[in-house]
Design a binder for this molecule. Structure first.
Ligand code: PLP
Length: 442
């Protein structure tokens, strides 16, 4: 065993998620505090957070109003079950959330993570069709390179092969549309790519193979995040919406990343002006401060399930011990108030043009083969192939980390998704450091 042994501080026992545990424990990077745009490292240095924790700390770290709300709630009511019982804050937050949701999406089911949110969205779709006497609609259609968390449903719908290798067959009823990444036509697009709306028509072709009446739902991230930021071509999401509507198939947007201002609006649905039937949310919901997720659904789905059950019966056999947890509800309510009162989404929208200019200045630097951006998201793809790009991305990450800037390498792509409060000066530091790192790695 060559990991650190520090008694109570030993790194051995904690099996870290999605981590090369042995590598990490040989050379651990730990942070001990955070405020605003910065982490504090173990040796007391500031680290500019270029990825908002993990796409979640949209209002910056340790926002005093969110901290206070959590502290107060912990002292007042630590836990109350939501199974046939309740507490007022979960209801208050649900109402507040719906007030910023796209029109027609007016009910919310609470979960504790994005993975639970996508699994719940898929189960709601199945239950809805079942309630309407269309229980044969069991197929779920996702997309290549999609990421929907790690539950059996979300993982089945997702399209990142290596994530499935260790886990067998998963859901037999899952199928996948092609992804939208087409660098031969769209490399270095500013914002939404011009080409590729027709890729949505492959859904129509798939429906010829499977029969539309066997399909329950189509699930996509409006902008695919974890695969390296793939922005939908202009018109693509509109076409998906149209095909789903024509065939009575529910459209699920997984907005775990894009929700809560990442694209300069409350939801990507607003930005693209495309309204799905269900939206999976998490991350920015509580500004990352307490785990929470949820699914926002149409009234049609909610009322169909309500009306299909006998009086007094449980209408949906689903839920989590911590659904609508008091601390999570308090954090979420405070976060949403901060987002609205402090104009966090508006700031993201206002600074997006500068963000776009600065990220595209990386074009022409060594090994940069594509740049993608929308809202305060960016993906910088590196290298002549994935293996080579991955090695360069790791070097770039190390260079930036040593100079106090945190970015995220995802395979051969550098992903950026800062807190939405980022200033012009911080954008400058981020991209100056990144440019130097690319020069040094090349
Ligand atoms: N869906 C998307 C689009 C995500 O990016 C993620 C996490 O990154 C998830 C779902 C899963 O969320 P969680 O890790 O909270 O389970």
């Amino acid at each position: 065993m060559d990991t650190l042994h520090l008694g109570a501080n030993s790194l051995e026992s904690y099996w870290m998620p999605f981590t090369a545990n042995r590598d990490f424990k040989r050379n651990p990077e730990l942070v001990t505090g955070a405020s605003g745009m910065y982490y504090t490292t173990r040796d007391g240095k500031p680290l500019l957070d270029g990825i908002a924790g993990l796409w979640c700390v949209n209002a910056g770290h340790g926002h005093p109003k969110i901290v206070e709300a959590i502290q107060k709630q912990a002292a007042q009511l630590d836990f109350a079950s939501s199974f046939g019982f309740g507490h007022p804050l979960a209801f208050e937050y649900a109402n507040r959330l719906i007030s910023v949701a796209p029109e027609g999406l007016d009910h919310v089911f609470f979960t504790n993570s994005g993975s639970e949110a996508t699994d719940t969205a898929l189960k709601l779709a199945l239950a809805y069709h079942h309630a309407r006497g269309q229980g044969q609609r069991q197929r779920i259609i996702g997309r290549q390179r999609g990421y929907h968390g790690v539950g059996f449903g979300g993982l089945s719908a997702a399209g990142m092969g290596p994530h499935k290798r260790q886990f067998g067959m998963l859901l037999p009823g899952a199928a996948h549309m092609p992804h939208t990444h087409d660098p031969s036509r769209n490399a270095f697009s500013l914002g939404q790519p011009a080409h590729g709306a027709e890729i949505a028509d492959t859904l129509e072709q798939m429906l010829q193979t499977y029969d539309p009446l066997t399909v329950a739902a189509v699930i996509v991230e409006p902008v695919a995040g974890s695969t390296g930021v793939l922005v939908p071509p202009i018109g693509y999401l509109e076409r998906l919406r149209d095909i789903c509507t024509r065939h009575g198939i529910l459209l699920i947007f997984d907005e775990v990343v894009t929700g809560f201002g990442r694209l300069g609006h409350a939801f990507a649905a607003h930005r693209f002006n495309v309204t799905p039937d269900l939206i999976a949310i998490a991350k920015g919901m509580t500004n990352g401060a307490v785990p929470m997720g949820g699914v926002i659904t149409s009234g049609e789905i909610y009322h169909t399930l309500m009306d299909s059950a006998a009086h007094g019966a449980v209408e949906l056999s689903h839920g989590y011990t911590y659904s609508g947890h008091p601390l999570a509800s308090a954090a979420a309510l405070a976060a949403l108030n901060v987002y609205i009162e402090e104009g966090v989404f508006e700031h993201a929208a206002a600074i997006e043009p500068l963000w776009q200019n600065r990220v595209h200045e990386m074009k022409g630097l060594p090994d940069v083969v594509d740049i993608r951006n929308l809202g305060l998201l960016a993906g910088i793809e590196l290298g002549t192939d994935v293996a080579n790009g991955k090695a360069i991305a790791k070097k770039v990450y190390d260079y930036c980390f040593e100079r106090g800037v945190l970015i995220r390498p995802v395979a051969n792509t550098i992903v950026l998704s800062p807190p939405l409060i980022i200033s012009e000066e911080e954008i400058d530091v981020l991209f100056s450091t990144l440019a130097a790192a690319l020069e040094a790695a090349g």
